[in-house]
Design a protein around this ligand. Structure first.
Ligand code: ADP
Ligand code: MG
Length: 504
């Protein structure tokens, strides 16, 4: 950590563990050791609220990927991991959760420092990660196949019997983004380990520190060497060879649709299984009966939570024309009064975007909206004099061909669009290449239930948005992805069915 950054951070109560974690460049976790990249290259990690350097981490490439996959392959068949009973695996995984919980303050500060979000949101992420981890661990002892009597036994004098075993799929290559540095990791690592797999985790280059802390927690809890490897580095140099590695049984990717396509192609070269959780342009649909005032903050959070950097973000607000003005004014009031600032400040309600690139991208979208004739109800500019802040922004007077309506912005920019009837809103809501989530806001259940099956989305909320639950499957249709996270479906992603047909 630079002197300047140390001075800046002194005004906050940084834990001793975090101070010493940041005191020197970090190493990455391969097998049982903390290592530099074989090339010696590093990458800088910045605090997006100030653009100051926090520390640096190794920049892995394919040589490091080979080592990590080898370590994971060895751990997969080792007596210490592959040889554990389900109950032993469960209890080991529960110990990891306990260590994460003991170090919750460290995790929270690291997430806020590298990702920018307010501490309260980092705390929510940790709570979510802990319950996900423990929920998954409990499935370890509940994994079941089925028994089926063969319909056409060929050797009539013998008795025939068939059953299925659920076996771990092997080494999982997990490549994750920066918007939820802990929960994105846990959503991949916890179900994979529960299934008995081993993991090579490649966090985003913007937020590698949380993943390294997770690696520390895993080792401290006694997870055997090689079960969880953490490779830091850039996407093309570290992520790409991981996705293309023949030693991988599954690639679990969360990120943009464009990179998801590259990963899918690389994986298909080896017929490697994939789970892709990709982008979205989710509609929030307010029907004619409108929303009560007490629901407005939830509607606003549907987009502005985590500065809009959420794959499920409700970036298109469709409100019935009778309630449109009132709903938009209500949401704009809340958005306009959000307190922006450093995530470590107690009063901060919305942090910066994750990086200068992301800030410039989002400001570029805002400019494109203004140029195309959209009307700015609130926001529309960079905020403050330093860091990657963008004001919460709402556009009206938009049409379907505008980039701000069609493309995923991944920032605090909402478009609000009136509609006259169900047919119109369905056509508009489904008019996107994405299909991650949608929400309907109404107490008119007959209308709600008519819309649910016709919305092209992997998850539909009613009177809520962005509220995932660890027991309920989550994933997209269309170009929002393949496969599911959470729930038993999420664990089964990392299991392969082996069929046994037996004559005796
Ligand atoms: P964003 O554009 O929001 O950063 P990405 O989809 O680019 O989202 O990044 C998500 C993850 O994918 C990150 O860990 C990133 O390093 C990784 N990544 C980026 N490009 C590639 C690639 N070509 N192959 C594999 N992984 C990649
Ligand atoms: Mg990228």
């Amino acid at each position: 950590m630079s002197q300047a950054q140390a001075a800046k951070l002194e005004q906050y109560e940084i834990t001793d563990a975090v101070s010493s974690f940041l005191a020197s460049p970090r190493k990455m976790l391969v097998g049982d050791g903390w290592v530099d990249a074989k090339s010696g290259r590093t990458l800088d990690v910045l605090d997006p609220a100030t653009n100051r350097l926090i520390t640096s981490v190794p920049a892995a490439d394919s040589a490091d990927v080979d080592d990590a996959v080898r370590a994971a392959e060895q751990a997969f068949v080792s007596p210490d991991w592959g040889g554990l009973s389900p109950a032993e695996r469960e209890s080991l995984l529960l110990k990891v959760a306990d260590v994460i919980e003991t170090r919750a303050d460290d995790f929270s500060q690291i997430i806020t420092l590298e990702c920018g979000k307010p501490l309260a949101e980092s705390d929510e992420e940790i709570a979510d990660a802990l319950s996900t981890w423990r929920y998954c661990a409990a499935w370890a002892t509940r994994i079941e196949g089925s028994s089926v009597n063969p319909i056409n036994p060929i050797i009539p004098e013998k008795s025939a019997f068939g059953y299925t075993r659920k076996e771990p799929i092997g080494v999982v290559g997990a490549i994750i983004p920066w918007n939820f540095p802990l929960i994105n990791a846990v959503d991949r690592v916890a179900p994979a380990l529960t299934a008995g797999c081993t993991v090579v985790l490649k966090p985003a280059e913007q937020t590698p520190l949380t993943a390294l802390l997770l690696g520390e927690a895993a080792l401290e809890a006694g997870l055997p060497a090689g079960v969880l490897n953490v490779l830091t580095g850039f996407g093309p140099e570290a992520g790409s060879p991981l996705a293309a590695h023949p030693g991988i049984g599954k690639v679990a990717f969360t990120g943009s649709t464009s990179v998801g396509k590259l990963i899918g192609k690389a994986a298909m070269e080896n017929i490697t299984d994939v789970n892709l959780e990709l982008g979205g342009k989710s509609p929030m649909i307010v029907l004619e009966d409108g929303v009560d005032d007490d629901m407005l903050p939830w509607l606003a959070a549907g987009l502005f939570y985590n500065s809009g950097q959420v794959c499920t973000a409700g970036s298109r607000l469709y409100a019935h024309k009778k309630v449109f003005d009132k709903v938009v004014a209500g949401v704009a009031d809340i958005a306009g009064s959000l307190k922006l600032g450093h995530g470590l400040e107690a009063e901060t309600e919305m942090g910066p975007l994750v990086s200068p690139e992301q800030q410039q991208r989002v400001l570029g979208y805002i400019d494109s909206g203004v140029e195309a004739g959209a009307e700015t109800v609130t926001g529309g500019k960079q905020w403050g004099t330093e860091g990657c802040f963008v004001e919460p922004t709402i556009f009206t007077n938009v049409h379907d061909r505008m980039k701000v309506v069609k493309e995923e912005i991944f920032g605090p920019v909402m478009v609000a669009i009136p509609f006259a009837d169900e047919a119109e809103v369905l056509e508009k809501a489904n008019n996107t290449s994405y299909g991650l989530t949608a929400s309907i806001w109404s107490n008119d259940l007959s209308k709600v239930n008519r819309l649910i099956p016709r919305l092209k989305a992997g998850l539909v909320w009613v009177n809520a948005h962005n509220l995932l639950d660890l027991a309920l499957p989550f994933g997209g249709v269309k170009q929002s992805g393949i496969g599911r996270e959470n729930g038993l479906d999420g664990v089964e992603e990392y299991l392969e069915t082996k069929t046994v047909i037996m004559y005796s």
